[in-house]
Ligand binder design. Structure first.
Ligand SMILES: Nc1ncnc2c1ncn2[C@@H]1O[C@H](COP(=O)(O)OP(=O)(O)OP(=O)(O)O)[C@@H](O)[C@H]1O
Ligand SMILES: [Mg+2]
Length: 356
């Protein structure tokens, strides 16, 4: 059975690329310990060395796995220049960021406030991207209030599980030209054990890494409202191309949106821009009229404040809500509607600006 001294010995070969000095000697690797079959340490990198993080994590992992009786390595990351751990969903331990195999870009749809239309935007954006020829996945990260299955009409479906134990893999559901996964598909009585993970962080990771996403140009993530664990877990787990912030035009939704934005900015996730939803109501029989029921200009003000583009303004339309409830998103069910056109424009704007 390996000892901590053995662990120190195998980590002795790890060096700072700049100075050539040993990481143990520099104090970047600390609190090294062995917990049964698992080796654990804390990685504290100074700001200038953060770019070495992935290399160091991978070399340390490989080195520690050569030890007898060790088959798991846990790395606690500390903020650059600080002693405190970043903390995964408040649990104080995170693994390095890891791309999803086969997935080119991950984009998230978020908002500070609930009910502003995140899921509607995420689902319709995903459908519009798929309709334009991209291979699209949709990850419903709203674990406690999943809406994507209803919006895509797949509530009755259960994804297949292959393999067993840690090797279990979930096949996403194919619908509306894309593939999707949601907790809403798994909370039936037959739910496989693997998906009963108690921690949200664990579930988000499983949705990222234990789903057979296949080759995807883009994975759209629908987040729950707010700035909670799901946002944190996602941003810590996977490198993201960017996030779209949804708001309604009024002041209060904007304030919440600002908070949501600040969180992603702090975590270094690019903000693609703002989508203003429920911008105005146009009566079906008066297509030239626009009634700004929830005020006007909020989306543009927020975008200007943060220095990001206003990506789209989505009108309030009955077909949007009907599309959500009927399981056939407005982009597909009523492609001639104003909202469908706005979602297509949004998809095109993102494709052009960010090479999706
Ligand atoms: N532009 C729109 N026109 C008409 N109805 C809309 C529009 N956008 C959203 N809705 C409706 O508003 C409701 C809330 O939308 P949605 O579920 O997308 O919001 P959300 O931000 O994801 O909510 P939550 O915070 O609960 O996740 C839904 O019934 C949806 O159909
Ligand atoms: Mg939602």
């Amino acid at each position: 059975m390996a000892t901590v001294d053995d662990a120190r010995r195998v980590l002795g070969g790890l060096k700072d690329a700049g100075s050539g000095r040993e990481l143990l000697e520099l104090g970047w690797i600390e609190q090294l310990r062995l917990e049964q079959n698992r080796a654990v340490f804390r990685l504290t990198l100074p700001k200038f060395a953060v770019s070495q993080r992935d290399r160091i994590a991978s070399e340390a992992r490989s080195a520690l796995l050569t030890l007898e009786g060790i088959d798991d390595v846990q790395i606690e990351l500390a903020q650059p220049g600080e002693g405190a751990p970043i903390g995964a969903a408040g649990h104080g331990q995170v693994q390095p960021q890891q791309p999803v195999p086969g997935v080119k870009q991950v984009i998230a749809v978020s908002s500070g406030k609930g009910g502003v239309g995140k899921s509607t935007v995420a689902v319709n954006l995903a459908c519009a991207l798929a309709a334009s020829g991209l291979r699209v996945g949709l990850l419903d990260a709203d674990i406690y209030g999943p809406n994507a299955p209803t919006m895509l009409g797949v509530v009755e479906q259960t994804p297949e599980v292959q393999g067993s134990g840690d090797e279990q893999r979930l096949t996403p559901i194919s619908t509306s030209g894309l593939v999707m996964v949601s907790m809403g598909l798994l909370i039936g009585p037959d739910q496989p054990v693997i998906w009963r993970g108690p921690m949200l962080n664990g579930i988000i990771r499983q949705f990222l890494y234990q789903v057979e996403w296949g080759e995807r140009d883009v994975l759209v993530v629908d987040l729950p409202p707010g700035t909670g664990d799901a946002q944190l877990s996602l941003a810590q787990a996977v490198p993201m191309a960017g996030v779209v912030i949804v708001t309604t035009p009024q002041q209060v939704a904007m304030q919440d949106a600002r908070r949501g934005l600040a969180m992603f900015q702090q975590m270094g996730v690019p903000i693609f821009g703002v989508v203003e939803n429920m911008s105005w109501f146009t009566p079906p029989d008066q297509p030239e009229r626009q009634y700004p029921i929830f005020g006007s200009g909020g989306g543009q003000r927020l975008a200007d404040e943060v220095g990001v583009p206003l990506l789209a303004q989505i009108p309030i339309e009955l077909p949007v809500q009907e599309g959500g409830d009927s399981g056939r998103p407005v982009t597909l069910s009523q492609p001639d509607s104003l909202a469908a056109a706005a979602f297509r424009d949004l998809a095109r704007t993102l494709q052009t600006a960010h090479r999706l």
